[in-house]
Structures are given as structure tokens and as C-alpha cells.
Design a protein around this ligand. Structure first.
Ligand SMILES: [Zn+2]
Length: 167
């Protein structure tokens, strides 16, 4: 990384991964990023426990999340660093941040600002549909909505910004 990128002015908060014991039992954060330089992050509502979204962080997003106490992600569809809520105002304030056993997955427990929604489609959780289990019938699996109405109208919040959902 060059020094003119944001987030690199502060020293890295990450330790090198030297032994399995250190990674599993140690007290230093030594995250493992995948071949794309990303680590997955599951984000839940700190109060209800509901899963809100699954995102990805690069080094800088993880570093900024730790430094600011606000969730930052790497947008794979837009290929850019993304401060959650920068456009919508629906920021995620971190109540608790966890790393898993082998330190290749992050769990954020957050308090969502504003209307409490986390999904760009307008729902509270990105997981607003249930997949019906159909057995082995071979029929197409159907989705049913678990949230019956949107928390906000994406058109009003995002205007003409391109939809991050890609086909
Ligand atoms: Zn979503």
C-alpha cells in the first residue's frame, strides 16, 4: 500500500499470524484476509440479535471500523471502501466486535441509526425472505417475505445512485 491512501497514516492494528496457538488462544488481533484481501463480516442488531447483513472488509475497512467505532465495509459490487450509512444516514455504531477462532471472520453487533434499517432495498435486515424447504419434489424453491413492508423508500434515500445489486 502506498502512504497516500487514507487509513494508512495510522500504524496497522494487526499482528502477524505466527502460530496456530497464537491465532486461536492469543490476545492479538491477527486477521486472515482471503486471496482478494477480504474478510467476511456478519452484522447483527445488538438489541434484537437479528442478522442484518453479511459484508466484506478489506484491511482498510477493518482498520477504520476499529479506529472509528462505526462499521466500514468493502463493496465488492462497487469496488470501493464504504462507510455504512454515508449516503442513507443509517450508520452502524458498534456495540461489540468479535473475531472467530481462526480469525478469518468478523462479527459486529451494532446499533443502527435513523430508522434502524440496514438493507439498501429498504428492509431492516438483508435477510428479509425465507426460502421454503420443498423436499425432493424438484419444484422451484419459493421465497416468502418475513418483513411485510420496507422501513424506508430507497428512491427517496439514494435518488439516482446506481443500485449495488448486480445480475
Ligand atoms: Zn441488503
Amino acid at each position: 500500500m502506498s502512504t497516500d491512501q487514507p487509513g494508512t497514516a495510522t500504524p496497522s492494528p494487526f499482528a502477524a499470524r505466527s502460530t496456530v496457538e497464537q491465532v486461536e488462544e492469543g490476545v492479538a488481533l491477527a486477521p486472515k484476509f482471503d486471496s482478494d484481501g477480504l474478510i467476511p463480516c456478519v452484522t447483527t442488531d445488538a438489541t434484537s440479535g437479528e442478522v442484518l447483513m453479511l459484508g466484506y472488509m478489506n484491511r482498510e475497512a477493518l482498520q477504520l471500523t476499529i479506529a472509528t467505532g462505526e462499521a466500514h465495509y468493502w463493496s465488492r459490487s462497487r469496488q470501493c471502501l464504504w462507510r455504512k450509512g454515508a449516503v442513507s444516514g443509517l450508520t452502524q455504531e458498534i456495540v461489540d466486535m468479535r473475531i472467530d477462532d481462526d480469525q478469518d471472520a468478523v462479527w459486529l453487533r451494532v446499533q443502527v441509526a435513523g430508522g434502524g434499517a440496514s438493507c439498501h432495498v429498504g428492509y431492516r435486515s438483508c435477510f428479509y425472505r425465507t426460502v421454503e424447504l420443498r423436499g425432493r419434489s424438484g419444484e422451484p424453491a419459493r421465497l416468502t417475505f418475513t418483513e411485510t413492508s420496507r422501513t424506508f423508500d430507497p428512491k427517496l434515500v439514494y435518488g439516482d445512485a446506481p443500485n449495488p445489486t448486480q445480475l
